[in-house]
Design a protein around this ligand. Structure first.
Ligand SMILES: NC(=O)c1ccc[n+]([C@@H]2O[C@H](COP(=O)([O-])OP(=O)(O)OC[C@H]3O[C@@H](n4cnc5c(N)ncnc54)[C@H](O)[C@@H]3O)[C@@H](O)[C@H]2O)c1
Length: 380
């Protein structure tokens, strides 16, 4: 095999972007596309001259594909993904990998059972800055971390939420900003800085006519006593993209995609305990960090899965790591609704009961006019 044959399930929005991207990756060949909307699948299959299906099982059972990209709304990610795994296909799931941690766990169990390669479209992990940040902290360059911070705010209009009936509904999306826009930063934040053990959150819907939250804030408590704060929103413009990790030996900040790394001349506690200068604070130096020039974006993750299948290249996003952002997404939603702290790892069954209750309150307006306009940031 010198090319991996890909099928894509769900090509109305992001999946159509992936169909374009695959055409530029030499290790990949697009062989089939599937969508429950016959008009959508006709258009994309004709554009790329590939076979079309309206039932994902038929695509997977056809034997045409070695790997499948699942780009449906989130509830279908585990359903389609696990069906494909059972049939021996490698899977690239769009983010988030599922709606609940329990269904994310089920996917990981299926990966262990079938042994198929499984990755998630967390393309931000491929960036040189994020790779460098993760490495610095993993190598202990910050020492023990005592504070973290994530702000990821931006804007989505009412027209965006109206563009497909599933958006912002409990029944068909399973959350708002936390489950749609925040998964990328939440994945990076937990990949670089680890997971907290307790979450106390407040969620709100500030400006949009939709069922779920467009803003969430949380205080995070870590096992080692460290504290963290996070804020995510689709109600703010201009947006902010900020991640900060403060440790005994320095501070690492990623703001708007740029990395700033400061190292203390003497670790904080040691300085505190030894200085006789009542107004002194430790000297700090900005350290230039070498940033690797790497392929980024969706193409990097698709190519990486193909190379994993062809040559055993390590996955940039091993599927099991996708559970961490699910823990954060579900914990913040649940704590916000209960108005009290929740423990991480989250009680899976409690969250299942919660989401089933929320689904009962959910009204999906199928008469809404669908707009299929792929995010211009993802159109090549
Ligand atoms: N990684 C990224 O940068 C990125 C960007 C945008 C969206 N996404 C993710 O992609 C997924 C899809 O989002 P979107 O904005 O493209 O949504 P969308 O509504 O525009 O497209 C989803 C498509 O899936 C189809 N579909 C629904 N159920 C199906 C099924 N059972 N079988 C086959 N097709 C089915 C729909 O008809 C629709 O055409 C979401 O999970 C979202 O979080 C990821």
């Amino acid at each position: 095999m010198d090319k991996v044959r890909f099928g894509i399930v769900g090509v109305g929005g992001m999946g159509s972007g992936h169909a374009n991207t695959i055409q530029n990756i030499e290790e990949c060949e697009l062989v089939a596309v599937c969508d429950i909307d016959p008009e959508v699948v006709k258009q994309i299959s004709e554009k790329h001259n590939v076979k079309s299906f309206t039932d994902y099982k038929e695509l997977i059972d056809s034997g045409m594909a070695d790997a499948v990209i699942v780009a449906t709304p989130h509830y279908y990610h585990p359903i389609v993904g696990m069906y494909a795994m059972d049939k021996g296909l490698a899977v690239l799931s769009e983010k988030p990998m599922a709606v609940t941690v329990k269904s994310a766990d089920a996917m990981i169990e299926k990966v262990k059972e079938t042994g198929v390669p499984f990755t998630i479209m967390y393309q931000s992990r491929a960036s040189g800055v994020n790779q460098a940040a993760r490495k610095l902290i993993a190598e202990g360059k910050l020492g023990e971390i005592y504070r973290t911070c994530l702000i990821s705010s931006g804007f989505r209009s009412q027209a965006y939420y109206n563009s497909a009936p599933w958006r912002g509904t409990w029944k068909e999306e399973g959350g708002g900003v936390l489950i749609n826009q925040a998964p990328h930063p939440l994945d990076l934040f937990s990949w670089i800085g680890g997971l907290p053990s307790k979450v106390t959150a407040r969620t709100a819907n500030r400006r949009h006519e939709m069922e779920c939250e467009d803003e969430a804030s949380a205080m995070l408590e870590y096992e080692n006593g460290a504290i963290g704060f996070l804020h995510v929103s689709t109600s703010e413009s201009p947006g902010t993209s900020l991640m900060e990790f403060c440790g005994e030996k320095g501070k690492l900040t990623i703001r708007g995609g740029s990395l700033d790394f400061r190292v203390l001349e003497m670790p904080l506690q040691e300085f505190n305990d030894t200085t006789e200068n009542m107004w002194g604070s430790p000297k700090c130096e900005k350290v230039e960090v070498e940033i690797e020039d790497r392929e980024t974006g969706h193409g990097a993750i698709i190519r990486n899965l193909a190379r994993n299948i062809l040559h055993g290249e390590p996955l940039i996003v091993p599927g099991e790591e996708g559970v961490n952002s699910m823990e954060l997404i579900n914990s913040v939603i649940l704590s916000g609704h209960k108005g009290e702290p929740v423990d991480v790892p989250l009680d899976r069954d409690e969250y299942e009961r919660f989401i089933e209750e929320m689904k009962k309150t959910s009204k999906v307006d199928k008469s809404a006019k669908v707009q299929r306009v792929t995010d211009p940031n993802h159109v090549k």
